[in-house]
Design a protein around this ligand. Structure first.
Ligand code: FES
Length: 576
């Protein structure tokens, strides 16, 4: 809606004279009848479909279902492409482009004659990227994530995408699996359309979108190939038209209360640490006050209710059949851990949406009384002289015996440097060593890739060691596991203390105490700082240069400094 209560699309299609004719006539080249310009809500469908983003490849079909719903409710749907970010192919990391997707989608939504939008996402970065865009343009918006793949099946067992890859790699290195068996397992793991079906980042962010109130109940869990995924998409098309008529916008839905819900839900589902970065970035677009410490404080009372890989046993298909996210949120609501009044795209409060949600399998979705993992096992936020602005650790993916640990650092300036020697039987490393992998942050890599959980040295794998403490300024895949301190801020490339660690230094990790300490005196660190030089820039032009010059640190969501905040949807000037 515009400030005087009319649909903004009417400024284009309702205009008389030459400009109105231009706006309508060229659209009619697609075969639309003149009635579509009669003042009905125009709903954009932002799709991140691409054959280079395999998790999103079915979004074309999802878009057709959304269109049905928009037509059904008296709207006019128009699909448009937004940058598709495929996690598995993009180099150096899809995260380098999340902000570019957000910027592109924001500008497209604002510059075009749209009254509302439906956001079609799936693979990891596409969900936060589109939510950031919708927050900054603040047009009525509803999200439809593409849904998870069916459970992977290999040699009679369920295998989870991503999570199994780490295990297969370790088995290959340790000689428990052949290369031929690995190739066969690839096809068994990804056997349908959809995003990763573990509780990795895609499933986590789909759940976050639902917990924030930005997608319809149960949307996060319907498998990509389930007919109810398409039914929900059609419903979302109808809902989008209703949101325009109510002028219910993302800024009214994604409030502080909604973010608190999302943080608690993330703890309850054992979600990815990437949710921390993405939620901070989305909140930054809306001016919602949210800090890194909120993730620790709000989640401390929340047990892990979901028994899903990588923390547990089951996969997203099982989660769906067990009752989906509403069943988890109902448990939280019953314990007073859900802001029930937070409004959602249904125009009802989230508490009302989940009040009667049934659970059909308590093996998969446990109760608050008998949780899968006790409260306090979620994401811990650490501080100390090694991470003055904070770092995070996923306790449920860590080994309990390593949560209090003191060891000597073995330092590498890149994952490649580490992998160059990780198979060396003479490598000076044991299970108490703390592996430090640095220059993997937003500026350092660039783009803050998911490289922090480097595979263990071969020497230790052959001895049966399955975990050791690793510290990094990068991220970790939501499908991964291990005792890995992530998102260290400030990063090494920004001159953070991580850049000053030397092999042989003692490091103490104390998760119960929430501290990460480099046992080097302040005087010595000051001397090392004075001798440190900033690395050469990665690029002299283009997006990478813009990104590196403006990206914020992990504790601020790694958005670009000039993209924080919102510009709304007003564009008063005509194009001709
Ligand atoms: Fe796309 Fe995992 S690679 S969701």
């Amino acid at each position: 809606m515009t400030a005087n209560g009319e649909l903004r699309s009417s400024q284009w299609f309702g205009a008389t004279g030459r400009t109105g004719m231009a706006h309508r006539s060229w659209m009619r080249s697609q075969g639309f009848t003149p009635e579509v310009f009669d003042g009905r809500p125009v709903i954009g469908i932002a799709t991140t479909w691409s054959e280079l983003a395999p998790c999103n490849v079915h979004l074309q079909r999802v878009a057709e279902s959304v269109k049905r719903g928009v037509w059904q409710e008296g709207g006019f749907p128009l699909e448009f492409p937004a940058m598709a970010l495929g996690e598995t192919l993009l180099r150096p990391t899809a995260m380098l482009y999340r902000n570019l997707l957000a910027m592109e989608a924001e500008e497209l939504m604002r510059a075009n004659p749209l009254d509302g939008v439906v956001l079609l996402s799936g693979c990891d970065k596409t969900t936060p990227g589109l939510l950031m865009a919708a927050a900054s343009v603040d047009l009525p918006a509803v999200m439809v994530t593409g849904g998870p793949m069916l459970n992977g099946k290999y040699q009679g067992t369920d295998v989870g995408s991503g999570t199994a890859v780490w295990r297969f790699e370790e088995d290959l290195v340790a000689g428990r699996m052949t290369q031929e068996e690995c190739v066969f397992a690839e096809g068994c793991m990804a056997r349908s359309n959809g995003h990763c079906m573990t509780m990795g980042t895609a499933s986590t962010m789909a759940s976050m979108a639902e917990a924030l109130g930005m997608q319809l109940p149960y949307s996060a869990t319907w498998p990509a190939v389930d007919s109810r995924r398409y039914e929900t998409a059609q419903r979302a098309g109808q809902v989008a038209v209703g949101l325009v008529r109510r002028d219910l916008r993302p800024s009214a839905i994604m409030t502080r209360a909604a973010f608190e819900n999302a943080i608690r839900v993330n703890a309850a589902i054992g979600g990815s640490t990437n949710a921390v970065i993405h939620l901070l970035a989305i909140a930054g677009r809306l001016g919602v006050p949210l800090s890194l410490d909120d993730f620790d404080v709000l989640a401390r009372d929340v047990p892990t209710l979901l028994n899903l890989q990588p923390n547990g046993q089951y996969l997203m298909e099982d989660f769906c059949y067990a009752g989906g996210l509403p069943a988890v949120m109902r448990e939280l609501a019953g314990a007073g851990l859900l802001n029930a009044e937070a409004i959602t795209v249904t125009a009802a409060g989230i508490g009302a949406n989940v009040a009667d949600a049934p659970c059909w399998n308590r093996e998969v979705i446990t109760t608050m009384a008998e949780p899968f993992q006790p409260a306090g096992t979620g994401t811990a936020v650490l501080h100390g002289n090694l991470a003055p602005a904070g770092a995070v650790l996923k306790q449920s993916a860590s080994s309990p015996h390593l949560l209090k640990h003191r060891g000597r650092a073995l330092v590498f300036d890149s994952p490649a440097d580490y992998y160059a020697v990780s198979n060396d039987p003479e490598l000076d490393v044991d299970e108490d060593t703390v592996l430090v992998i640095r220059y993997c942050g937003p500026r350092g890599y660039p783009g803050m890739p998911e490289v922090s959980n480097v595979a263990l040295p071969r020497k230790l794998l052959l001895r049966g060691v399955r975990d050791m403490v690793r510290i990094c300024d990068g991220r970790m895949s939501g499908t991964a596991y291990g005792t890995v301190v992530l998102h260290v801020a400030p990063e090494a490339a920004a001159g953070g203390p991580l850049a000053l660690v030397r092999t042989g230094d003692w490091i103490t990790l104390d998760v119960p105490d929430r501290t990460l300490t480099l046992e080097v005196s302040a005087e010595e660190l000051a001397e090392r700082q004075a001798a440190w030089t900033m690395p050469e820039p990665h690029a002299s032009r283009g997006w990478t240069r813009l990104y590196c010059e403006h990206v914020l640190q992990a504790d601020s969501g790694a958005d670009l400094d000039f993209l924080v905040g919102a510009s709304g949807h007003e564009v008063p000037r005509e194009s001709h």
